[in-house]
Ligand binder design. Structure first.
Ligand SMILES: NC(=O)c1ccc[n+]([C@@H]2O[C@H](COP(=O)([O-])OP(=O)(O)OC[C@H]3O[C@@H](n4cnc5c(N)ncnc54)[C@H](OP(=O)(O)O)[C@@H]3O)[C@@H](O)[C@H]2O)c1
Length: 336
């Protein structure tokens, strides 16, 4: 059936400015790391993407190697893009990254110009696109000069194959170096994509300050800690959850008693706010005005709907924040 996006799709989504750039991103963006690959249901992937757009999610995040098999999420996304979203390309922010292992040999990994630019070409081919909106260095490469990696991003932008440049998983010092190199080259760093959730607060120790100073936006990946920060595992491990998937990056050991005790405590607080654990976890990530977007994953349409509905309450009282801090501090002092 021909898909026509809802006319009302922009009425309720909140859009936030990406650093000091001209670009606005939805407060919730959708990533295609899991559940959109060749082993997954194409119909389910299509339904999630359609519903996301209907809810005003304009940003879809990919990487060259999204799995399994590597690259298949791109091919599926490309198919859906050209069948369903073909008349809406200018309403979408589509991103890709390169920096992790993709093909054999010395040119299919890390941060060389050779790898990044070949990878971008392959990604465009898979998605049958002329350009992506943001091209990221997926991780810092300690052995490649930062000038080389950044000049590859700069080249991608100058050649018209990407509109903006971004970095992912760079620490504070690496972020400063990347930002100043890109500025010198004439292509500002638009955005940083770090891991950030109640269970991983590393970026609070420096990265966020650098981003604010440099005027770079921030999109948090794994804001639900891959599903731990939801009600998914409160009553055992469901057979259709990420933990049970052989290619899943969340492992059984990650669902520890310690984590579950924290999630139960968060759940109590969430219920008192009329929210689910996932909704509270996303609101917490978005509480900082330096945060542009929370980049979620999903395995079904209902999760996308629930997460977007949570945007109705992003405010926290100081008592609630103190309660969350106490739950998380308990984490820091308890062995895993
Ligand atoms: N830059 C990087 O290095 C990097 C690394 C990792 C990820 N990313 C990006 O970040 C995106 C998101 O990562 P992620 O999928 O790990 O994010 P996440 O949002 O932390 O976890 C998503 C998982 O949480 C569960 N979930 C989501 N909403 C739920 C709800 N309302 N109720 C119950 N469970 C819910 C689902 O698990 P089930 O599948 O079990 O239902 C879903 O697959 C990726 O797709 C990718 O674009 C980037």
């Amino acid at each position: 059936m021909t898909y026509i996006p809802y006319k009302s799709r922009y009425d309720t989504m909140q859009y936030r400015r990406c650093g000091r750039s001209g670009l606005l991103l939805p407060a919730i963006s959708l990533g295609l790391w899991h559940n959109f690959g060749g082993v997954d249901s194409f119909e389910n992937a299509q339904a999630m993407l359609r519903r996301a757009l209907d809810l005003g999610i304009t940003h879809f995040d990919l990487a060259n190697n999204y799995v399994p098999p590597p690259g298949s999420a791109k091919e599926n996304f490309g198919r859906i893009l050209h069948s369903d979203f073909v008349n809406h390309r200018d309403e979408l922010i589509i991103t890709t990254k390169a920096g992790w292992d993709m093909w054999p040999g010395p040119y299919g990994d890390w941060g060389s110009r050779k790898y990044l630019l070949a990878s971008l070409d392959q990604s465009l081919k898979r998605m049958k696109l002329e350009y992506v909106d943001i091209f990221y260095s997926h991780r810092p490469d300690p052995k490649t000069p930062i000038e080389e990696t950044m000049s590859a991003l700069d080249h991608a932008v100058r050649s018209g194959k990407a509109l903006y440049a971004g970095i992912s998983s760079y620490d504070a010092k690496q972020t400063e170096a990347a930002a100043s190199t890109l500025r010198r080259l004439g292509t500002p760093c638009l955005i940083h994509q770090p891991k950030y959730s109640m269970f991983d607060r590393n970026i609070e120790a420096g990265v966020l300050d650098v981003l604010e100073k440099e005027g770079i936006g921030c999109i948090a990946f794994c804001p639900l800690a891959q599903g731990l920060l939801t009600n998914r595992y409160l009553n055992g491990i469901p057979s259709d959850s990420r933990v049970t998937k052989p290619h899943g990056f969340l492992k059984k050991n990650d669902v520890s008693e310690k984590r579950l005790a924290q999630v139960r405590a968060i759940n109590e607080l969430a219920q008192s706010r009329g929210q689910s654990v996932a909704q509270l976890a996303l609101a917490w990530v978005l509480r900082d005005s330096r945060m542009t977007s929370a980049l979620i994953g999903a395995s079904r349409v209902e999760q996308v709907e629930q997460n977007v509905a949570g945007l109705a309450n992003l405010r926290f009282s100081s008592a609630e924040l103190a309660k969350i801090a106490a739950i998380l501090v308990a984490d820091e002092h308890t062995p895993k």
